[in-house]
Design a protein around this ligand. Structure first.
Ligand code: ZN
Length: 345
């Protein structure tokens, strides 16, 4: 038995030495010290030995196991080192080669404009809130002072899901949601940017889906002057410091009085050009003082609180700012979008 173990050891060590990868090494390991190995077989015969012999064979078998395991460990380290060196050799980097340029994408112009608007209002202490695009008729119309059959609904034909559920035509629905949700019924400032929908045919200036940003401020002693100052700042931030704004009387059911707001043409500086259709002014948004019915409907005492609201189309701001069309924004033409890439230096 001692001789068999000696022979087996020499054989095993040689096999281990001849291994060139981990798989071969694992096979050799199970061949020599696995459950079905010759070594296990030899050991099975130990029971027939005398105590003296058992002791000797036991020592030899331990020696065998230790030698084989050690050899396997050493070989494994050698194999791994070799593989690493080979990889390092192959992966040599030539630092003198010019690098491959990675194209860095950028935000879509609509996203950039929306974020610019959000940043401006955040800096003035407004909450920026988000609301559902599937809205109830009640929040989108009824509670904004537009009951069923009101002519203002004609201009805002939308996609109805059921009689009472629709795709919101205006972010103004969030005025109602925000006021109802606000537990303390105290003063606040918020804007809500988001997607809105109308049954418009898509053309250069229209899209069935577009983005609005709604603004709503409620508090004590809020006046038209506050509204004008806020929108003046908005116009200057979006279109340049020299911009002026003017109010034109208009009608919206949920504000009283209501106004359309024009910004002085930044292309011709009020002289008149194709962009402003010769008028020197460009319409940018609608606004007004919150109608008492809306305040009362949402639990605000209109004798104590007043408010102003405004709604601007984000596409409109983006189109004016960049001199592009709504179609440019939605066709996802790569050549167009590349104009907004970050510049590589
Ligand atoms: Zn002009």
């Amino acid at each position: 038995m001692i001789e068999s173990l000696e022979r087996l050891k020499l054989e095993a060590l040689e096999s281990i030495n001849n291994c060139s990868n981990e798989t071969e090494l694992n096979n050799v390991k199970s061949k020599y010290i696995g459950k079905k190995s010759e070594f296990t077989e030899i050991m099975a015969g130990m029971s027939k030995l005398s105590n003296e012999e058992k002791k000797e064979v036991g020592m030899k078998s331990n020696e065998f196991r230790t030698a084989v395991n050690e050899a396997i460990d050493n070989k494994l380290t050698a194999i791994k080192d070799e593989a690493l060196n080979k990889k390092l050799e192959e992966d040599k980097i030539d630092i003198t080669l010019p690098s491959k340029k990675k194209r860095i994408g950028t935000k879509h112009p609509l996203t950039s404009v929306r974020e610019e608007i959000e940043d401006l209002f955040l800096s003035m202490g407004y909450d920026v809130v988000d609301g559902p695009e599937i809205e109830t008729d009640e929040y989108c119309f009824e509670m904004l002072n537009v009951p069923k059959g009101h002519p203002a609904r004609d201009a805002q034909d939308t996609f109805y899901i059921t009689e009472e559920m629709l795709l919101r035509t205006q972010t103004s629905a969030m005025q109602v949601r925000y006021m109802l949700a606000k537990g303390d019924k105290g003063p606040f400032k918020m804007i809500c940017p988001g997607k809105t929908y109308r049954r418009d045919d898509d053309d250069l200036t229209h899209s069935h889906q577009f983005h609005q940003v709604e603004g709503l401020v409620v508090g004590e002693n809020i006046s038209l002057t506050d509204l004008k100052g806020t929108l003046e700042l908005f116009a200057k931030k979006m279109f340049g410091n020299d911009r002026e704004i003017r109010f034109r009387a208009s009608f919206f059911p949920f504000t009283e009085p209501s106004y359309e707001v024009d910004v002085s043409c930044f292309k011709c500086n009020k002289k008149g050009c194709s962009m402003c259709k010769g008028t020197g002014w460009i319409e940018i948004l609608g606004c007004g003082m919150v109608h008492p019915n809306v305040l009362e409907g949402c639990g605000y005492d209109h004798n104590k609180y007043q408010g102003f609201a405004f709604g601007a189309g984000i596409e409109r701001v983006a189109c004016l700012k960049y001199g592009i069309t709504v179609r440019d924004l939605y066709t996802n033409d790569y050549r167009f979008l590349r104009n907004f890439d970050r510049k590589e230096i």
